[in-house]
Design a protein. Sequence first.
Length: 97
Amino acid sequence: MPATAAGSRATLTGLGREWRIQSKGVVVPINHTRRWVVERTNSWYSRGFDLTLSCTERRAVVINALLASMTEIIVIRRLIREAWTSQHWDTRPARRP
């Protein structure tokens, strides 16, 4: 790992990446208006399921099955919301899910 700014620039240029290194002492506020994809996904798991906050299961197979079930529920809920806004049917409930 390069310790100098020049080494960092050379590494990033070698990787074909654009670099913008902040000057020392300049304070830039953190953008708090947008969430990272991982933060948003983790909030879906912890918001809808209390199980993820205090999971004491030791077996990886069971944990993976629980996460798969939670993911299925999240995807189904999302599909229902999408269908609600894009599709209309006769027996559709009056209240939006």
